[in-house]
Each structure stands twice: as structure tokens, then as C-alpha cells.
Design a protein around this ligand. Structure first.
Ligand SMILES: *Cc1c(COP(=O)(O)O)cnc(C)c1O
Length: 233
């Protein structure tokens, strides 16, 4: 059963963390979008968060996003963001339901998404995932190969380039992610700044304060809102 009161309290506490972090560094708290990452959690919990005022939700698995979007399709202002690693053969599913895709990391995937987004009423917003940690096992564009991917997206009418995203190496020590957040902000500055790349999607449950301090405009928060996730089996 959904613990509506608990969820409401956790959501309020995350909003409070965002507000205090923004105020500490002289930013307007409204310049930071809270994306509630609801992957593995049932649509009842999404609905409870929606009732508490949350509007943007992140999912990592294409079919799960589609299933929840269908279950909650009467909530017209609920916005789905796909934050996972997207395989080309799932682009159609995601383009049919998501407003934003956070982890585009190749020209090939951009073209596939562009094709699948052609029938949409509005362009599909996309962010480019950058592999700021240089980790071989992770997705994301190598920083030196970023520009061609940005240009490819800008050339596709059904897509709208919205910004950059990263998932720094996980260490359990929030401060350890600061250099990676700073590197993503520097990449934005080097590739046209906020005029071209409006959003920086960085920061999760453990390090959202650090990310906001380094300029995040979207923080992706799962655990602090919905509680721990069961391992995916
Ligand atoms: C799961 C996930 C999150 C949320 O992580 P938490 O540590 O639970 O806040 C954020 N971003 C991405 C890409 C994720 O897959």
C-alpha cells in the first residue's frame, strides 16, 4: 500500500533541500526543476506524488514508462522524462510518451529518435549525456566528441536540443561528484552556454546540493522521494 503521508513528507523534504541549496549559492530555487525518478515504483506512488504537487517524473526502462503513462494518461499535465540508457529499438516507445529524453549519446540514437518523433504535436526535448567520468562501462558521449552530436540534434526538426546530462562515478561521497558537475557546466559554457544548452541535468539523492551549487537546472531524485528500490530481477 502506498504510504501517502510518508511520500508527501519526503517530497517536502527534498523540495526544502533544493530551496536551501539554491539560497546558499544565491540562486532562485525555481530555477531548479525537481525530476522525481519513479523507476521500479508502482503508478500508485506516482499518483500520490502528483497529488502532492509533483509534475515531472523520470523513468529508466522504456516499457515501464509506457505502462505508467497509460495508467495515468488522464493526468494531462504530468510530464514523463526518460533518463535511462536507450536502445534504438526502444526509441519509438519512448518518443510516443516522453516529453524529454535525458541520455542521448550518439548521432545514431538522435536520428532514430528524430524519426520516431516526427508524428508528435511538439518536438521531443533531448539532452546529451556526457561521460564526464571517462568510465568505459558507462554511456555518454566523450567530451571531445560532443559538438557533432549537438549539431546532429539541431539539424533534426522533430527534436529540440535542451541541454547536457551526466551521471558521475558513484562513490557514496557527495563532494566527490563536484569536479564532474563542474566539468559538465564548463562543457556547456564551451559549447554555446545557456543560450544553446538551457539545462544541466545533474545531481541525484546524495549529491543534489553539490550539483545545484555547480549550476544544475534539473536534479533527478529517486530514493529520497520514493525510498530504496528493490534490486531489479
Ligand atoms: C535511478 C536514477 C536516478 C535517481 O537516483 P537516486 O540516487 O535514487 O536519487 C537519477 N538519474 C538516473 C539516470 C537514474 O537512473
Amino acid at each position: 500500500m502506498t504510504d501517502v503521508d510518508g511520500l508527501r513528507a519526503r517530497l517536502a523534504s527534498v523540495r526544502d533541500r533544493i530551496r536551501r541549496a539554491a539560497e546558499r549559492c544565491g540562486r532562485d530555487p525555481r530555477s531548479v526543476l525537481l525530476l522525481a525518478v519513479s523507476k521500479t515504483k508502482p503508478s500508485e506512488e506516482v499518483l500520490a506524488a502528483y497529488a502532492a504537487g509533483q509534475r515531472c517524473f523520470g523513468e529508466s526502462y522504456a516499457q515501464e514508462l509506457v505502462d505508467k503513462a497509460e495508467a495515468l494518461s488522464e493526468l494531462a499535465d504530468l510530464e514523463w522524462h526518460f533518463v535511462g540508457r536507450l536502445q534504438s529499438n526502444k526509441a519509438k516507445l519512448v518518443a510516443s510518451r516522453a516529453a524529454v529524453v535525458h541520455a542521448v549519446d550518439s548521432e545514431r540514437l538522435a536520428r532514430e529518435l528524430g524519426k520516431r518523433a516526427e508524428g508528435r504535436a511538439r518536438p521531443l526535448d533531448v539532452l546529451v549525456e556526457v561521460n564526464v567520468g571517462g568510465e568505459a562501462t558507462k554511456g555518454g558521449v566523450d567530451p571531445v566528441a560532443l559538438e557533432p552530436v549537438l549539431r546532429a540534434i539541431e539539424a533534426i526538426p522533430s527534436l529540440r536540443l535542451r541541454g547536457l546530462m551526466s551521471i558521475p562515478p558513484h562513490t557514496g561521497e557527495p563532494e566527490a561528484s563536484r569536479p564532474f558537475h563542474r566539468a559538465l557546466a564548463a562543457l556547456r559554457a564551451a559549447h554555446g552556454g545557456a543560450g544553446r544548452l538551457r539545462d544541466l541535468s545533474m545531481g541525484m539523492t546524495d549529491d543534489l546540493e553539490i550539483a545545484i551549487d555547480e549550476g544544475a537546472t534539473i536534479v533527478r531524485v529517486g530514493t529520497a522521494i520514493f525510498g530504496p528500490r528493490a534490486p531489479r530481477g
